[in-house]
Ligand binder design. Structure first.
Ligand code: DAH
Length: 335
């Protein structure tokens, strides 16, 4: 049997351990190191436990004293660990703050301010006015069927009016719409009179590009169908609208022809000292009403289609339609 350890020897071991632990903890440079020390000293198989393991060999009368000394050492080591952990965490935060500091005096990245394209602001302005007159905005698709773009609008395949609206045909027989008038049919198929709609959109034509023509441009369609609408209603609406957008500039109605209206008219306004056609209009042809199953004895309607580019040109005194598409900032910054 080995000789029982003397209490004083255990006490010496404990105090040596405490001093050693406190030194090691003070020297720890990282939280990971600190955690290893904690396990090494206070863990289940740690130094303090080892010493306490020797307690069984003690004289029972010595146990309370040594036990309480061991607890004090444990507490001292825990305190040292806690203090060091707080200090290391603070240092880590400080280092992180320094590393991630923003220099707010550095010049920022320049982002040019965007603005609305004059075509979009023109569309907005036109829609605003017409919504004010009681119209609701409707929409259609840029790819259309021959039926909606032509047939239902009283323009059968052999109709000469198709010549003026040659377009881009897709392999499946569909086409890129030549006008927003197709939306009239789509809307009337799904809605009962009274109808008051406006429909903006992009349209396509096989047109030779010049100062006032483009193969892709924008239109806004207008359609009103109700009981008892007359040409007077059409003319009053168009005049009111033009006055609202252009103010008091000279306008004229000119008799014209469209397959889907009867009678039909074109409206011109003064632009650069000349008459410029800005919209077509007329009373909805009874055949169009029939195509959507409306009784043309009960209902009449008027319709109009206007060219957005032309409106923008008159509004802003733009001399060439092509300026609207070239994305030249020197031009666009003026709006
Ligand atoms: N769709 C015609 C065009 O593109 C414009 C037009 C004329 C629309 C008369 C209409 C209308 O609704 O009634 O040239």
């Amino acid at each position: 049997m080995t000789a029982a350890l003397q209490p004083t020897e255990l006490e010496t071991q404990l105090s040596t351990l405490q001093g050693e632990a406190q030194g090691a903890i003070a020297a720890a440079a990282t939280l990971e190191e600190l955690e290893k020390l904690r396990v090494g000293y206070l863990g289940k198989k740690g130094e303090v436990s080892k010493i306490l393991g020797g307690m069984g060999k003690l004289d029972p009368s010595d146990r309370p004293r040594i036990g309480s000394a061991a607890n004090d050492v444990k507490t001292a080591i825990q305190d040292a660990l806690e203090q060091k952990r707080t200090a290391l965490q603070a240092a880590q935060l400080q280092a992180q703050l320094e590393a991630e500091t923003l220099d707010v005096t550095m010049p920022g990245a320049y982002r040019p301010q965007g603005r609305m394209h004059p075509l979009n602001s023109t569309i907005d302005r036109i829609l605003d006015i017409l919504v004010g007159l009681g119209y609701t905005v409707a929409q259609g698709t840029e790819m259309e069927t021959d039926y909606y773009n032509f047939e239902a609008l009283n323009t059968p395949p052999d109709h000469p009016a198709r010549d003026m609206q040659d377009t881009f045909y897709l392999p499946d027989g569909n086409l890129l719409r030549t006008h927003t008038s197709a939306i009239q049919i789509r809307y009337m198929e799904n809605n009962e009179p009274p109808i008051r709609i406006i429909a903006p959109g992009r349209v396509y034509r096989r047109d030779t590009v010049d100062a006032t023509h483009s193969a892709v441009f924008h239109q806004i369609e207008l359609l009103a169908v109700d009981e008892g609408l007359t040409f007077t209603d059409l003319k009053g609406t168009v005049k009111e609208f033009l006055q609202e957008i252009f103010g008091d500039i000279p306008i004229r109605f000119r008799a014209s022809y469209f397959p889907f209206t009867e009678p039909s008219a074109e409206v011109d306004v003064q632009w650069k000292g000349k008459w410029l056609e800005v919209m077509g209009c007329g009373m909805v042809d009874p055949n169009v009403l029939k195509a959507v199953g409306l009784d043309s004895e009960t209902y009449t309607g008027f319709a109009a289609g206007l060219g957005v580019e032309r409106f923008a040109m008159v509004l802003h005194q733009i001399d060439d339609i092509r300026r609207l598409y070239t994305s030249d900032l020197r031009f666009l910054r003026q709006f």
